[in-house]
Structure formats: structure tokens, C-alpha cells
Design a protein around this ligand. Structure first.
Ligand code: EPZ
Length: 416
């Protein structure tokens, strides 16, 4: 089993480029199923979630070619509409094939997506949205639906679910008629999916009020699309630089996608801002605590950066409180940080941290993807060498966290 070894105490310095976005490329790969065209995706991150998704697509009949970070998908041969339990078990976001298969094949059969490390992950909003477009679900023990008379309509989401918004988009771009998705998620990954689909000839746009309006078209053509950088990976590295009192420049990063994080960093006393085509950060001083912060749907503070921020607040001066409002089980890093001496207590959806001067190196176990990244950030602060197990979680979303942080001066390596 591979581990990551980190020798902490070094301030991160330098420039870094960020990999393509995991949470944007996954729905875009599912969208490649919609129609017979060949799609070329550039700057596609080399991460496990992408490899697993491409395997599922091959199983459905896609011809896939991958050269480094360029993936080409020929979906003309798609002849299956069922994803097996074994395939889907590898990756939760396989649920996005529900909308894509209904849009392409008018039929879809997938296993019920289980919960995962961070929570139950229900799909009631996905099902409700697709029903509003004419899909008919006919099994209990599986996610099985047909949609022979799929047609545009008004989809009202009860909550701004990212995945449910994406599934409604994937099912409606080829459906006759007009679709309006009310209370659509506002995450940038949704707008990137829309940009990709417009590139293929879809008629889709976000209204001034934030809803998504679609007019169904008969077919989608080929397209070539370059993925934008991953905002959660960028945020992770900005937090790592903050934790080590470093100074970094994130190159080629779209402005405003990390506004909520930058505002929080400034509250902590960090000098950070958008500059030319990137983000410059300098964190040379003792950090101020955050009396209260809660995660929220975009443009609020992203839940995916909650654990990495917690690792930074362990050494901020004073008492901080973070409340996790999106997922019900996203404090699984707490006991690992406590092994390093962190003073943290949780109370329901909130965690309270009392800053301490130093973290103790330890042998750690990553509990999930972003929790694993948080432990790397904690280990970068400890005076000595820490080891992190379960690195497979981290590899789901970070191309090579050791390569990236070493480029900023960290002493961090994979072992085994
Ligand atoms: C996406 O998950 C991301 N994953 C998550 O990133 C991210 O944390 C999340 O959006 C929120 O931003 C991908 O894009 C692949 P949701 P998703 O549907 O779509 C509840 C990472 O670390 N809900 O917006 O599953 C749900 O339980 C991952 O990269 C329902 O109740 O998120 C959760 O509490 C983790 N019913 C909340 O909504 C539903 O039908 C947000 O879920 C769907 C969701």
C-alpha cells in the first residue's frame, strides 16, 4: 500500500500551474455520450476518477484514445445502456451517466449509488428532476429508467444539487422542447459543462437569475474543448502555502472562482489577490482565527476546502469554528489532526479549533479525498516527518500532490 511521507517545517515558495478540473471533466465526459460526434478533451487531469470513468465509457461502446492529457471520445458505437455494479462501485459520479444515457439511449440501468466516506449521497433530486422531463423509473433495487417520451419541461430542484443539475442538463439538451432548471447549482463546473455543450451545438445558457434554460436540439456535433484549472486543487495549494507561511503564485487561474476562499484568507491576515492571470499569496505572519465560518453552495465557501482549511486553523491564533452545512460526515480528519496535537472538538455539524503553536508529526490515515489533502497540509506544518496512508483517496482527485508541492519546495514523497 503506497504512503506519502512529508517532512514539515518548510515554507512553500514559487509558482505553480493547476491541473484540469476533476468536477468539470466528469460531467463533460458523460456529455460525450450525447451523439455520434468525436469529442477531444484537452488538459484532462490524469486522475483515478477520470480513468475509472473512461473504463465505464469503453464498456458502453465508446472508442477512447488517451495521449497524456488529451482524451478523444468516439461515441458512435455506444450500444449499451446499463452500467454494472462493479463498474459503478468504483466511482460515485457514475450517476452522471443516468442523464447522459437517457438523453442518448432513452434508457438507463445503473446500480443504486451507495453512500461514501463523506455522507449518504442520496439521489432523490436527480430522480425528481428526470421525472419532470418524462423519465419513468421502474425498479426499486436499481436506478432503472426509460424515457421514450423525454421532453423539455420545468425542473424545480428542492436544493441546488450539482449532480442533479448536471443530470437534468444531460437529459434535456436533446429532448424536444424547452427546459428551465430552477434553483440550478451555480458551481463553475456547471457553466463549464454548458460551455462544452454549446461548443457541440446545444442551445443552453444560464439566465440572469441563475436558472438554466435549454432549447432541445436534434443532434450534437463534434467538439474540441480545453478544461479549465481545478479550483479545489488551486484552493488546496493556496491553503498549503498559508499553513507554511509561504509565498506562491498560482498561474493561469480564472478570476473569481475562489472569491470565497480569498475572502477567508484575508480575514486570517493573509495577503492574497488576483494578479494578471493568476492568484498571488503571501502569508508571512501569524494567522488570525476564524470566529465562525460555514460551508455553502457556490458562491459560498466550498465544502471541498473545509478539511484543508481546518488543517490550517489548527495553528491560527485563537479559537475558530467551522460548520459543515453540505455533507453530514465530513469531519473525519478531526481524529487524525488530534493525533498531531490539534485542539479540535466537534459538536454536530460544527468543529471548534483552538490554535496551538506547533503540530506533532504522526502516522496518519487519509479518510477521504479532501481529508487526505488536509492531512498533507497538516504534515507540512509539523516539525519532523509524518506518514500518510490510503493515498489512493488523494489520487482520485490530485494528479500528483507530491510533484506539485515539491515544486514549491516541500519535502514530500510517495513511498511504496
Ligand atoms: C459534487 O457532488 C462534487 N462532486 C463534490 O465534490 C462537491 O462536494 C459537491 O458537488 C458540492 O459542491 C462532483 O462534482 C463529482 P450535490 P454532488 O448533489 O453532485 C444533497 C470532491 O471532493 N443531495 O450538490 O454529489 C447531498 O446529500 C467531491 O471533489 C440530496 O439530498 O453534490 C449533499 O448534502 C466531494 N439529494 C448536498 O445535497 C440529491 O438528490 C450537495 O450534494 C442530491 C444531493
Amino acid at each position: 500500500m503506497s504512503t506519502i511521507e512529508v517532512t514539515g517545517g518548510i515554507s512553500l515558495q514559487g509558482e505553480i500551474e493547476i491541473q484540469g478540473s476533476k468536477n468539470a471533466v466528469l460531467p463533460i465526459l458523460a456529455a460525450c455520450l450525447l451523439g455520434e460526434g468525436v469529442c477531444v478533451i484537452e488538459n484532462c487531469p490524469r486522475i483515478k476518477d477520470v480513468s475509472d470513468t473512461l473504463e465505464i465509457m469503453r464498456g458502453l461502446g465508446c472508442r477512447i484514445r488517451r495521449e497524456d492529457r488529451t482524451v478523444s471520445v468516439d461515441a458512435s458505437g455506444v450500444d449499451r445502456c446499463e452500467i454494472s455494479g462493479e463498474e459503478a462501485a468504483r466511482i460515485r459520479s457514475s450517476i452522471l451517466f443516468l442523464g447522459a444515457l437517457l438523453g442518448r439511449m432513452k434508457k438507463a440501468v445503473l446500480p443504486l449509488p451507495g453512500g461514501c466516506a463523506i455522507g449518504e449521497r442520496p439521489i432523490d433530486q436527480h430522480i425528481a428532476a428526470l421525472r419532470q422531463l418524462g423519465a419513468r423509473f421502474y425498479l426499486e433495487e436499481k436506478v432503472a429508467a426509460d424515457a421514450w417520451d423525454l421532453k423539455g419541461g420545468r425542473v424545480e430542484l428542492a436544493l441546488p444539487s450539482v449532480g442533479a443539475t448536471e443530470n437534468a442538463i444531460l437529459a434535456s439538451v436533446l429532448a424536444p422542447g424547452e427546459t428551465l432548471i430552477v434553483r440550478a447549482a451555480r458551481e463553475p463546473e456547471i457553466d463549464e459543462l454548458c460551455a462544452f455543450l454549446r461548443r457541440r451545438g446545444a442551445r443552453i445558457r444560464r439566465t440572469a437569475g441563475g436558472d438554466i434554460r435549454i432549447v432541445g436540439v436534434k443532434r450534437l456535433g463534434s467538439a474540441c474543448y480545453r478544461m479549465r484549472p481545478d479550483r479545489i486543487v488551486a484552493g488546496t495549494y493556496l491553503l498549503a502555502a498559508t499553513a507554511t507561511r509561504g509565498q506562491i503564485f498560482v498561474k493561469d487561474f480564472p478570476h473569481h472562482e475562489l472569491d470565497a476562499l480569498l475572502a477567508v484568507l484575508r480575514d486570517m491576515g493573509v495577503t492574497v489577490g488576483y494578479e494578471e492571470n493568476g492568484i498571488r499569496l503571501m502569508a508571512k505572519m501569524p494567522l488570525r482565527a476564524l470566529p465562525y465560518l460555514e460551508t455553502a453552495p457556490y458562491p459560498g465557501f466550498p465544502t471541498d476546502l473545509q478539511s484543508p482549511l481546518m488543517a490550517v486553523l489548527c495553528r491560527a491564533r485563537g479559537e475558530s469554528c467551522i460548520c459543515e452545512t453540505i455533507f453530514e460526515n465530513r469531519f473525519r480528519t478531526v481524529d487524525q489532526l488530534q493525533k498531531m496535537g490539534a485542539k479540535i472538538r466537534t459538536d454536530g455539524r460544527c468543529a471548534v479549533m483552538k490554535g496551538i503553536p506547533a503540530l506533532i508529526p504522526a502516522s496518519l490515515t487519509a479518510p477521504d479525498l479532501r481529508g487526505g489533502a488536509a492531512l498533507v497540509i497538516a504534515a507540512l506544518q509539523a516539525n519532523g516527518s509524518s506518514v500518510i496512508r490510503n493515498t489512493r483517496y488523494i489520487e482520485r482527485g490530485y494528479e500528483d500532490i507530491c510533484r506539485d508541492l515539491s515544486a514549491l519546495g516541500a519535502r514530500i514523497t510517495y513511498r511504496g
